[in-house]
Design a protein around this ligand. Structure first.
Ligand code: SF4
Length: 181
């Protein structure tokens, strides 16, 4: 340790960037509230299969600001992802349909989200990205007044606009597993 004092001029830009990010995260939270309200009448059995990307054949895409929200949520629960969960594990095995906490031998190349716990819960639920909030599988109970494609596209646009201000050259939509990698 050098014991050298930090020049306040060096910390000011970082402090400013942090404050700016906080403000943008508040805007993102407002969009998420609108998204959750729009999908409020949807119901699903909560099997967490949608977090097994090879099972659904889909993966949520994230923008830089959504990733920042996830990283803060991971930090708040005690730090970085466990090293073993950083890369999407590919387990050899059999059936794709099973309950939470499966033995590794039960998996079949499911590309499980690294943010899913062994108990089958999203570890950053409140900060999960738009792709997770808006994806409903064939087993979901969809109300007669379903959210339209246009409405969803509007949410995407709002988040991309925030992301653009967050990192003009950053992610405007990248697969979650790659963004976390
Ligand atoms: S972020 Fe959470 S809800 Fe989304 S796929 Fe990962 S574990 Fe599932």
């Amino acid at each position: 340790m050098s014991g050298k004092r930090q020049n306040p001029k060096d910390t000011a830009p970082r402090q400013h960037a942090r404050e700016q990010e906080r403000a943008l995260l508040a805007e993102l939270a407002a969009v998420y509230r609108d998204v959750d309200a729009a999908y409020g009448a949807y119901r699903c059995p909560g099997t967490s299969e949608c977090c097994h990307f090879a099972v659904t054949g889909r993966e949520p895409y994230v923008t830089s600001i959504e990733l920042a929200a996830i990283e803060r949520a991971v930090a708040a629960r005690g730090g970085p992802l466990a090293p073993k969960k950083r890369a999407l594990p590919i387990y050899p095995g059999s059936s794709g349909r099973r309950g939470p906490n499966p033995a590794p031998s039960e998996y079949r190349d499911e590309r499980i989200c690294p943010l899913l716990t062994r108990e089958g819960r999203c570890s950053i639920y409140a900060a999960r990205p738009l792709g997770c909030r808006s994806f409903w599988c064939h087993r979901a109970d969809v109300p007669a007044e379903a959210v339209s494609r246009d409405a969803l596209a509007g949410f995407v646009r709002r988040i991309q606009t925030i992301a653009q201000r967050h990192r003009p050259d950053g992610d405007q939509g990248r697969p979650l597993s790659r963004a976390l990698g």
